[in-house]
Design a protein around this ligand. Structure first.
Ligand SMILES: CC(C)(COP(=O)(O)OP(=O)(O)OC[C@H]1O[C@@H](n2cnc3c(N)ncnc32)[C@H](O)[C@@H]1OP(=O)(O)O)[C@@H](O)C(=O)NCCC(=O)NCCS
Length: 189
């Protein structure tokens, strides 16, 4: 499938370019970005991750879009849709996720991009539900979930199987949004 680009008032969510790799790798060296993420294991692993992102776009048409802010920065991170492949009670599912360079936090970019990703997921890709999850301490992330209209499913809290036992990053909160809820919200705005 040809990956599509999405645009919002301030952002372009676009396919990845080769030159995004260095800016993305730099984000892994920022302790603020990494505070609630597992430590990275080097540039080869980061490039492999970008490879999986591109592969996902080729297979599904959607993925973790590279975020560009025209006139401001060619690449500030990613926002998009992803099919996690670990086992959990809510799986299989498509998640909406985000990771921005810390210089671009506090501007509403993640929320703006995530709304476009949800809209594409429901209206272009026919999804019926989209989930998101994070650790309870990652308030910035679950605030984005709340701002885009997602609802916490307390019964869905889970231990992430990819996180080592005993890590403070093990327990995750689950948020959900249905197509019906998204359409209801869209009609009001
Ligand atoms: C999670 C993450 C994307 C959130 O970024 P963020 O900038 O806090 O989120 P938003 O883009 O929605 O911005 C919201 C903030 O911008 C402010 N803002 C400023 N101008 C705004 C505007 N025009 N529109 C909307 N919000 C605006 C909001 O008031 C809010 O500020 P507050 O947090 O002080 O209340 C970011 O912290 C991140 O990349 N973290 C590291 C990676 C990570 O943990 N990813 C999630 C893994 S689960």
């Amino acid at each position: 499938m040809t990956p599509i680009a999405l645009s919002t008032p301030r952002l372009i969510l676009r396919p990845w370019r080769d030159e995004d790799g260095d800016a993305f790798a730099a984000m892994f060296d920022d302790p603020a970005v990494m505070e609630f993420l597992l430590p990275h294991t080097g540039r080869a692993a980061i490039d492999a991750f970008i490879g999986r992102i591109k592969q996902n776009f080729a297979e599904r048409g959607f993925g973790l879009w590279a975020v560009e802010v025209p006139g401001v920065a060619p690449f500030i991170g990613y926002v998009g849709l992803w099919a996690p492949n670990f086992e959990a009670p809510f799986m299989p599912a498509i998640e909406v996720g985000w990771r921005l360079a810390s210089a671009y936090w506090g501007k509403g970019y993640a929320t703006e991009g995530a709304k476009a990703a949800l809209d594409a997921g429901f209206s272009k890709f026919g999804l019926n539900e989209i989930v998101s999850f994070t650790v309870p301490a990652n308030r910035r992330s679950w605030r984005v979930m709340q701002r885009i209209g997602m609802t916490r499913d307390p019964a869905g809290d889970f231990d992430h199987p990819r996180v080592p036992d005993g890590s403070p990053l093990k327990r995750h909160l689950l948020y959900r949004i249905s197509r019906a809820r998204w359409e209801e919200m869209s009609e009001k705005h």
